[in-house]
Design a protein around this ligand. Structure first.
Ligand SMILES: NC(=O)c1ccc[n+]([C@@H]2O[C@H](COP(=O)([O-])OP(=O)(O)OC[C@H]3O[C@@H](n4cnc5c(N)ncnc54)[C@H](OP(=O)(O)O)[C@@H]3O)[C@@H](O)[C@H]2O)c1
Length: 260
């Protein structure tokens, strides 16, 4: 997928990975439409020609507005990057259902609804890409983050299905599976705190800029999956090959929180 001159709609662009994507795609000559709730932060992102929409994408009217404004300004949408997302540090067995619903509205239903809104135009032009930012937690269930994992597994499965559904119309779908990325993501999560080992164990953390570069390069080569950093593939392989061992290690890490 060529990025230069493509119209790229990025959610959650006011900071973190979304802001870094805005910079990286701007540098590659994309025409940007960016959305997040914090208008002030959004104002400093995306370059002089970016279209900015402040709003909560879990609301249907905000989603319809951002898509309509983007089409009005640029004539269409070529690439949708469903990046906005949040964590939930509560055990699934006693997490407030309201938090679980809030999580799924942002991490799964908003990406699905936005995809539905942009696909019609992409089908007409026989061109487009949907990029969904999942997480390595969508490849292996993290017990301090069970419901987050559930939402990210679901997002990955949605992306696989979309890719197969939309192939006849020239529309690609790509999942991104980041490990730790240096952003304020943990501070923005709902629920309690992660175990200490998780808060401190960021040996392989990458910058948001490195993550955004990996996303752009993945799109340019029509990748189906982008794992960043690549060492994440080792975790994925271990989870597949030695599931009981990985599970007992993760449970032990989680226990440090339970007993804290
Ligand atoms: N950081 C990591 O280690 C990591 C690892 C794996 C996957 N991920 C995934 O990467 C994505 C981005 O994470 P990040 O680390 O960049 O997180 P972040 O720093 O917390 O940024 C989240 C972004 O989403 C926006 N946002 C949150 N709720 C929103 C809403 N209801 N409507 C519109 N925008 C909303 C926030 O802006 P406003 O507050 O202005 O709305 C912000 O721009 C998420 O999907 C996350 O699950 C992150």
């Amino acid at each position: 997928m060529q990025i230069r001159n493509s119209v790229v709609l990025i959610t959650g662009a006011s900071q973190g990975i979304g802001a870094a994507c805005s910079r990286v795609f701007d540098e590659r000559g994309a025409r940007l439409s960016i959305v997040a709730r914090d208008a002030q932060k959004l104002a400093s992102v995306g370059g002089p020609n970016a279209l900015r929409t402040a709003g909560d994408i879990t609301r249907d009217e905000v989603r319809r507005n951002v898509v309509a404004r983007t089409i009005e300004r640029f004539g269409g949408i070529d690439i949708l990057i469903n990046n906005a997302g949040m964590g939930l540090y509560s055990a699934a067995w006693n997490a407030p259902m309201e938090d679980a619903r809030t999580l799924f509205e942002l991490n799964l239903f908003a990406p699905l609804a936005l995809t539905q809104l942009v696909v019609a135009g992409m089908r007409e032009r026989q061109r487009g890409a949907i990029v969904n930012i999942s997480s390595i937690a969508g490849k292996m269930t993290l017990p301090w983050f069970t419901l987050y994992s559930v939402s990210k597994f679901a997002l990955g499965s949605l992306t696989d299905g979309l890719r197969m559904e939309l192939k006849p119309y020239g529309i690609h779908a790509m999942t991104v599976w980041p490990g730790y990325v240096k952003t304020d993501f943990q501070a923005h999560a709902l629920g309690t705190r992660p175990p200490d080992a998780v808060r401190k164990g960021k040996r392989f953390a990458v910058t948001a800029g490195a993550c955004a570069e990996a996303i752009a390069r993945g799109l340019e080569r029509d990748a189906r999956n982008v794992v960043v950093p690549r060492i994440g593939w080792v975790l994925v392989a271990l989870t597949r090959l030695l599931p009981a061992l990985v599970e007992s290690r993760l449970a032990a890490i989680n226990q440090t929180r339970a007993s804290a």
